[in-house]
Design a protein around this ligand. Structure first.
Ligand code: GAR
Length: 212
C-alpha cells in the first residue's frame, strides 16, 4: 500500500474544520492521508490547542510579526519543507496566499469556503462577512464549497458543494454554525479523502471524481 499523503492544515481561528479532519482520520476515513502539521496564522488560534491535544506538530506564521507577505509565506514554506508535506488544506485560514506561493503547489492546495461559490466569494469574503453578505441578500439557500486553490482567490476547480437552508430569522452566527454543521464538517473531510485516494482529476478547470 502507498504511504499516506502528508497533510498540513493551515488555520486561523477556532479550528472546527481541523477537528472534523482529525475526527475523520481517527475513524479511519482518511486512511490515505495523515495530518502531520498544523500551521496557524496567529499565536492565539484555538486550532493550535486542538492539534497539540492530538500530538500533531504545530507552527505559527504570524504576518504581523514577520512583517511582509514574503516573509510570512517563506515561514510557511520552511515548515512545509521541514515536515515533507504533500498537500495543504486551508481550513478556516483567513490570509490570502500569493500567486507566487500557490503556483508552487499546483492542484495540491484545498480550501473550504462557507458559501456556494461563485456566490459570496473572493477578496473580503471570509468568516462571518460571508454570512452577513448572504443574509443582506436574503438568500433562501447558502452552503459550503471545497475547491482546489489556484492563484485567483476562491476561483479554483470545485471538488464538492453542499447546500444549506437560509432562514429569515438567521443571524450571521446562526447561519455560520448551520453551514458548518450541515456542510463544511462533512464535505471537507470527504474531499480530502477523495484527493488522498487519488480519485480527483482536473480538466478544463473542472474536477472529475473517479469511481465513486
Ligand atoms: C469556516 O466557516 C470556514 O469555512 C471559514 O472560516 C470558518 C473557520 O472556522 N473560512 C473562510 O472564510 C476562508 N475564506 P473554523 O476555524 O472553526 O474551522
Amino acid at each position: 500500500m502507498a504511504e499516506p499523503l502528508r497533510i498540513a492544515v493551515l488555520v486561523s481561528g477556532g479550528g472546527t474544520n481541523l477537528q472534523a479532519l482529525m475526527d475523520a482520520e481517527d475513524k479511519g476515513i482518511l486512511h490515505s492521508g495523515e495530518i502531520v502539521l498544523v500551521i496557524a496564522s496567529n499565536p492565539t488560534a484555538f486550532a493550535l490547542t486542538r492539534a497539540k491535544k492530538k500530538n500533531i506538530a504545530t507552527a505559527v506564521a504570524w504576518k504581523r510579526e514577520l512583517g511582509s507577505q514574503e516573509a510570512f509565506e517563506a515561514e510557511i514554506e520552511k515548515q512545509l519543507a521541514a515536515h515533507k508535506i504533500d498537500i495543504i488544506v486551508l481550513a478556516g485560514f483567513m490570509n490570502i496566499l500569493s500567486a507566487n506561493f500557490t503556483s508552487k503547489w499546483p492542484e495540491r492546495i484545498i480550501n473550504v469556503h462557507p458559501a456556494l461559490i461563485p456566490s459570496f466569494c473572493g477578496k473580503g469574503f471570509y468568516g462571518l462577512h460571508v454570512h452577513e453578505a448572504a443574509l443582506a441578500k436574503g438568500v433562501k439557500v447558502s452552503g459550503a464549497t471545497v475547491h482546489i486553490v489556484t492563484p485567483e482567490c476562491d476561483a479554483g476547480p470545485i471538488i464538492l458543494q453542499k447546500a444549506v437552508e437560509g432562514r429569515q430569522d438567521d443571524t450571521p452566527e446562526v447561519l455560520q454554525r448551520r453551514i458548518m454543521e450541515e456542510a463544511e464538517w462533512k464535505i471537507l473531510p470527504e474531499a480530502v479523502r477523495l484527493f488522498c485516494e487519488d480519485k480527483i482529476t482536473v480538466e478544463n478547470n473542472k474536477v472529475y471524481i473517479k469511481g465513486e
